[in-house]
Design a protein around this ligand. Structure first.
Ligand code: GLC
Ligand code: CA
Length: 559
């Protein structure tokens, strides 16, 4: 059965950084409302908002202390209702982030669980006794250190936190937790939202705590993925959650963040027969060329160009395995990774590289998710101080990199090119002030960045912004929504190409993701095709060959 979200082109708004209307340096919901016309004009039809619930903002809203209200720094419930209403008037759907794995330690449930060990809320969280005078086990937290923290109250127990220690994990084994989370979700569905992006849902089930993870001896608290990610019970909890929501609104779109899900799990999670998610966001689609990295320091903070053959292989596997099951999500960046221009773009040919990358991703089969500012080719900001990254693992990286001979500037530069916080910079609207019209006040997180703005790019016919508009529009055609995809196995190391086929229609998309020119040989007879679009410089050389200048791309459509 056809659903509205089969045709979704999603735009991710990080509300704190989008548009500030009261000049306190924090973007807000009235700011999103103010920019609905801009978003409509861009051509997208769905907005995903990062969390807007009341939160101490330790993890920028992913630490929720009240799920039934809007954080005062972002606006009011009235603003949220106005946004839902006006978005719908603009024919746009609203998807809210839904934080289900943990709450803030300031949430009344957790406070009560700590203050009163007999409280019914004690069992809303995960507790364990220490072992041999230490933590219950050696499992590591995603935010550094152990997953265990001492009960701040009277007992000798520890509570479990997969992320920050101020974000205790919920106990989904407890049916009351399941019911409470379903009630919260229903509250929002009844307010008229159209979908939920399930934050970190793959972690809601944990293994027995009485076991250590095999350690390599280097890290006392190793990441213990198999003990807290993608466990079998996740699917039972999620099925209960999703089917309850679909009962009150069968059209609700459930988009699950499954960062470490491989393709087989993605198939399980998004198989319509199972009623779990409608679509899955994985982080496993990317491939980086790490051949130039320094092996003495962790790779996560070392910039690395795209590994095109690796990317091709991954896309081929995802496309063929999900065919007929669900639409994959298509994205290059989000609030948890560096911006596209910074990560894979070529600073010498910035516009062309951003366009080639966009075309490579978004005309594929699947649901595009465009991270705010990506449509301008915005880069990461340059934070000036290690403390600005608010990350426990940064000092450790600094230490290792310094020891390996990197200067302070080099360390900062590597972090700014790879870190998620540098990607959460204020949206660049115009050049009216130092903050690109985002606010008159310094943004809540600020570092200098490369100039570019909506206003300027609207006036420039060949801008990255206008190119995004063009391909977002093409994406609405049946061929690019429904057409089967075949990733082309071209013999070179730099071209990403694919074919889309729908009834008698077909298209070939070729993108040169490198500054060197190249020639691509195809099986198809090019005389059967028309040129739909050339970005930069491309030529058809005879029946089977296309030559592409560096960072050029072409779309051919069957006559
Ligand atoms: C998800 C979010 C990330 C957040 C984490 C904890 O991975 O995308 O930003 O820190 O969950 O909620
Ligand atoms: Ca504000």
């Amino acid at each position: 059965m056809k659903k509205w979200f089969d045709e979704a082109t999603i735009y991710q708004v990080y509300p704190k950084s989008f548009k500030d209307t009261n000049n306190d340096g924090i973007g807000d919901l009235p700011g999103v409302i103010e920019k609905l016309d801009y978003l409509k004009d861009l051509g997208i039809n769905t907005l995903w908002l990062n969390p807007v619930y009341i939160s101490p903002q330790l993890d920028n809203g992913y630490d929720v202390s009240n799920y039934f209200a809007i954080d005062p720094s972002l606006g009011t419930m009235d603003d949220m209702q106005r946004l839902i209403h006006l978005a719908h008037q603009h024919q746009m759907k609203i998807v809210m982030d839904f934080v289900m794995n943990h709450t803030s330690d300031q949430h009344p449930w957790f406070k009560d669980a700590v203050n009163n060990p007999d409280s019914i809320y004690r069992d809303y969280y995960l507790w364990a006794k220490g072992r041999n005078g230490g933590k219950p086990n050696n499992w590591g937290s995603f935010f550094g250190g152990s997953v265990w923290e001492k009960d701040p109250g009277q007992t000798n127990e520890y509570y479990f936190h997969l992320f920050d220690k101020h974000m205790p994990d919920l106990n989904w084994k407890n049916p009351e937790v399941q019911n409470s989370m379903i009630d919260i979700a229903k509250f929002w569905v009844k307010k008229g939202i159209d979908g939920l992006r399930l934050d970190a849902f793959i972690h809601i089930s944990k293994a027995d705590f009485e076991q250590d993870y095999p350690s390599d001896g280097k890290n006392p608290y190793p990441l213990a993925e198999s003990f807290y990610a993608n466990r079998k019970d996740v699917q039972d909890y999620l099925n209960h959650f999703s089917s309850e929501l679909k009962k009150i609104n069968p059209d609700i779109f459930i988009m699950g963040e499954a960062s470490s899900a491989n393709v087989n799990l993605a198939v399980d999670y998004s198989d319509p027969e199972r009623q779990l998610c409608d679509s899955v966001i994985t982080f496993r689609n990317f491939a980086d060329d790490r051949s130039q990295n320094n092996h003495d320091i962790p790779e996560n903070f070392q910039p690395a160009p795209i590994d095109v053959p690796g990317f091709r292989e991954k896309m081929a596997v995802w496309q063929s395995n999900l065919e007929g099951i669900s639409y994959p999500t298509l994205y290059w960046s989000n609030h948890d990774m560096a911006r596209l221009a910074t990560r894979y773009g070529d600073f010498d040919e910035e516009e062309a590289s951003c366009k080639a990358l966009a075309l490579a991703m978004y005309l594929q089969k699947g649901l595009p998710i465009i991270y705010y500012g990506e449509e301008l080719g915005m880069r990461n900001m340059n934070l000036q101080d290690l403390a600005d990254f608010d990350d426990l693992t940064v000092p450790e990286f600094d230490q290792k990199a310094t020891k390996a001979g990197f200067s302070h500037e080099e360390v900062l530069n590597m972090l700014n090119k790879t870190h998620k916080i540098s990607a959460r910079n204020a949206m660049q609207w115009d050049e009216s002030n130092k903050y690109f019209g985002f606010s008159d006040h310094e943004p809540w997180k600020y570092g200098p960045t490369a100039a570019c703005s909506v206003e300027e790019e609207q006036q420039e016919p060949n801008s990255v912004l206008n190119f995004y508009k063009l391909i977002i529009k093409m994406k609405q055609e049946p061929l690019y929504i429904k057409g089967r995809e075949i990733v082309l196995n071209t013999k070179d190391k730099q071209v990403f190409g694919y074919k889309r086929i729908f009834n008698d229609h077909a298209a070939i998309v070729l993108c040169n993701l490198n500054k060197q020119a190249t020639k691509v040989t195809l099986d198809d007879n090019l005389n059967d095709y028309d040129i739909r679009l050339i970005q930069k410089t491309a030529n058809l050389d005879g029946k089977h060959q296309v030559s592409l200048a560096g960072w050029s791309s072409i779309v051919l459509e069957k006559k």
